[in-house]
Ligand binder design. Structure first.
Ligand code: GDP
Length: 198
């Protein structure tokens, strides 16, 4: 898919106020610092459509971007940032939960994980929650440029095997990406395009 336009539409913390247009929507979420903003900017070929996190944990809003006039890319806040207070965490959980439960336009949500790291309980629990609530999701492994090809395969297999051994009967769709060398960009955009056209 060629990106011909990418425009910021709105930020808010209330799912009821999200755009009313019935366009298919794809959400990106993951732990703070996972590389989400960099990935979004790489996908849409913009240097700073999504703000990279100088201050992790501070971009606590649901951000809608309209792409090619026919789908929404949604940048959700990073989770698991240790310095966010308990009260903020509760507020965060409430509106993000509401977003996933109520947003009918949501077609797929991409959960980002750093390919270098062992599977983290917070990510695994979040995926289980998505599954239990019937929210389709795919995994995006980020920062693949940090590993050699053999290690990429090993880390991905370890991750997927763990999912299969625990909660899942089949592995979710997954993508290996790097914003540094643009790995995975076309595959991911084709995945979105194919769903949009089906
Ligand atoms: P966010 O908090 O999830 O939005 O993460 P950012 O996009 O702000 O990235 C966090 C840090 O990881 C920054 O220092 C980025 O330069 C770095 N980073 C992000 N993506 C990549 C990548 O694909 N490869 C490498 N090597 N570093 C990355």
């Amino acid at each position: 898919m060629k990106i011909t336009s990418a425009e910021f539409v709105m930020s808010n913390s209330d799912v009821a106020k999200c755009p009313k247009e019935p366009l298919p929507e794809y959400a990106f979420i993951g732990r703070s610092n996972v590389g989400k903003s960099s990935l979004i900017n790489m996908l849409v070929d913009r240097k700073s459509l999504a703000k990279t996190s100088g201050r992790p944990g501070k971009t606590q809003l649901i951000n809608h971007f309209k792409i090619n006039q026919n789908w929404f890319l949604v940048d959700l806040p990073g989770y698991g940032y240790a310095r966010v207070s308990k009260k903020d965490k509760k507020v965060f959980q409430k509106y993000i939960t509401a977003y996933f439960e109520k947003r009918k336009q949501l077609v797929c949500s991409f959960v980002l994980v750093d390919i270098r790291h062992e599977p983290q309980p917070i990510d695994l629990e979040f995926m289980e929650w998505l599954g239990a609530n019937g929210v389709p999701f795919a995994i995006i492994f980020t920062k693949a440029d940090k590993l050699k090809p053999g290690a990429i395969e090993r880390h991905v297999n370890t991750y997927l095997n763990l999912l299969l051994e625990t909660a899942w009967e089949e592995a979710p769709p997954h993508f290996v990406t790097s914003s540094s060398n643009r790995m995975g960009k076309e595959v991911l955009l084709s995945y979105i395009n194919d769903i949009n056209e089906s």
